[in-house]
Design a protein around this ligand. Sequence first.
Ligand code: ADP
Length: 913
Amino acid sequence: MSPRRSARSRRAVAGSTPLIEQYREIKARHADSMLFFRVGDFYEMFFEDAEEASGLLGIALASRNNGPIEVPLAGVPAKALNEYLPRLIEAGRRVAICEQLEEVAEADGIVRRDVVEIVTPGTVVDPDQLTRGRNNFVVAVAAPARSTGAAEFGLAVADLSTGEFELRGCGDPDALRDDLSRLDPAEVLLPQRLTVPADPAETLDAAITGSQTWVTTSRPDWLFDPATGEERLQSRFGVHSAAGFGIDPRRDQPLLAAASALLAYLDEVRPGGVKHLRPPRVDRTGRVMHLDEMTRRNLELVEPLRPGEGVTLLSLLDQTKTPMGARLMRRRVLRPLLGQEEIETRLDAVADLVAQSAPRRAIREHLSRVRDLERAAAHVSGGKCEPRRLLALANSLVELPGALENASKLTASRLVDITKRLDPLDDTRSAIEEALDAGDGSGTVREGHSRELDQLRSLRDEAAGWIRDLQERERRETGIESLKVGFNKVFGYYIEVTRTRVDQVPDRFIRKQTLAGSERYFTTELKEWEEKVLAADREIEHLEAQLLRALVERLGKDIRRIQQTAAAVSELDVLAALAHVSVRNDWTRPEITLSREIQIEQGRHPVVEAALGPGEFVAGDTRLDSGTHVLLVTGPNMSGKSTVLRQVGIIALMAHTGSFVPARRARIGLCDRVFTRVGASDNLASGMSTFMVEMTETATILNSATDRSLVLLDEIGRGTSTYDGVSIACAVTERLHEVGARTLFATHYHELVGLAESLPRAAALNVAVRETEDSVIFLHRLEPGGCDRSYGVHVAKLAGLPRAVVARAAQILRALESGPWGVGGRSAMLGDFGKGQLSLFLARAEGAETAGGADHVAEPDGPLHGTGPRPEPGDPAAGDVLDQLRKAEPDRLTPLEALNLVAELKSKLSPER
Ligand code: ADP
């Protein structure tokens, strides 16, 4: 609604003042926002807004007289808006900024006011309120189109602080959740029917509202309309058809629906328009690898497993110099590519930069002085004209020719392409430099830019100079040594004389103000000069503002060019950073192949390596190919099993993002996905049964992995009893073997090693340890074959368990090893097990454990869960032992407690019969 109309349609509320009436009318149109209502130098909030703001901001709650009643009021100085606004936005509130649209003097009756901007968490553009290397996304999610029966969700993603705009489809709620958590949007727009669904089947709770930390904004369903979406795209970007963006209006209904809602929202929150929004980039599924949350977290790609602690792959790779480069790096780490050609193009560019160290260094040196060009473009587009930001833009542009010149020395196709897109924007820079004075960084209008301004300034300087000299002159003339000329905001310029010398004051001094120890005067001459200074100041201020506006308008024409250049610069920055990290850490270019291999020679885990001292990390080889695609990695706890797994996963992902990798040599066959599942014990449990979480995650992997996937499983089955665990781990391995997925399975169940012998395309590896007299040394070296001991007692010792306990455990262990569980017996059993005779294995194990021959111990409905002791033929103590066994909770026992329990039980039974 236009301000004019809103003013006319004002309805009188009985007893209200016109101001409050106007407030109510505007507030009615922005009921869901907190209304910052400009009154002079303040933004005022009334009614509930005042109460809420006072609580959230800790400002005083006052009241304003409104006819017969008092209205609650709170206010913040207009100048301090940037201090208060972020606190409300962080609290998830929307704030509508309502300005005075005319000068008070011009107003006919009450000043015209209207909302010029609504600030919401997803639409913040002020760089001071945003994180440097992170995007601030607002995302609209459209539900699958019912009519077409397709299950695809539509996503429209924009970052108003940078102008990025992207449309994409998401196959199912899982993919949607993963996509959203990758984007980590500041605000999500959802159709009403998804937030308050009539049909429970439509609930997106699990996908969106489940684990969300972002603000959701519910929007009317009709805004998510594909046809309107197409129209909005056409009119906003001045095209005849959305097909030009690569959109197929029939197939891409959800994308258009999301675009419609997003663009409508932007129009609403920025009535003045968002000129810098770029044409949408349509992201088809199939170009980038889907990364689920498990993998992102487990491999610590962008966030450490324990929040706030440690290095991540991103923090290692992100040696970019510019904020937009940092944002792009983050995006690339989270979106590995699927296509060989595109990966190779990136690798070519990195290789070129690695080889050419002089241009690489020079480019990085130049880029280190380039600021956030994307956000500068957004600032200009918003019509804001803070001189310091414009100057920062000019100072950044100064560096572009140098960067460009060095980039031109490189020959990789991607770099050639970047140099073509990188426009040094000389004219933009000179427009700023000609207008603004960079001298002290405050960015006032430069001398020589406007004759009129220069004249006004010299006029003011002359007048100010006359006043400055006045003190000396008057001292001489009156002979009053202590006479002072001063200025204060209320009274203006004055001549001050101490009371003791007042009798020496000449007649031409006119009294202005009396203070305790002195008198203040002015003269007609001083008054005249003062008027000249003040008038000149006013005019200067006015003219400067006008000149700045003209400058910003001029720069507004360059927004697209600035954005295009920003995109080229960010890519150059990312590639140069990758090259820099590769050189520094001695990484190599991976060979990308179409076969199903992963061959890594002397691979290292980049993050663990960075955490250790130089030379401390033990590099290792890994070979997977279609002949052997399942590796069972055994080794004691702490030997480095999960490090090996993660290392392979990270190296594969790095290769897919077009980065060099930490290895002497690496051949990576393209993967369609990387799945990870790490042990329950590593998971900081969140209330839900960790075993349940583990199985759910494993199920997802088994249901989605293909023969092109890479699957990393760390200790699955650990969250339940040993037999359950071994059985599940076995079955899962067999399945992945059948599917053909490249699989690394780390386990401390040595029982699984036998499986490697019986499955044709599986092999066992172990992480070597050296056993000394009474301790172990972890060599962190992979060797073929299984490891048949867990060294738990040794690890317990290393962990600082009391000596006596360790000694006792060792004693028990020896006893156990010489009994029916002894090493010889066990390996025989493993052989059987390896041939797949699980039942036989279980029967034997049960026989051994219960010692009295009770059958089916591991079966949930077996006698173990029955009531009352069973009479035990032969051994009077057996009932007791069984009783104790029934009460035991294997899930809760540590291995050592379990050993102690077995020893205790055994000691209760009569000696071997
Ligand atoms: P596991 O999974 O067998 O319990 P981890 O993979 O968690 O063991 O490794 C335990 C620790 O050993 C790591 O935190 C790391 O400090 C160290 N480590 C692992 N692999 C290596 C290696 N190749 N070289 C040096 N140290 C390693």
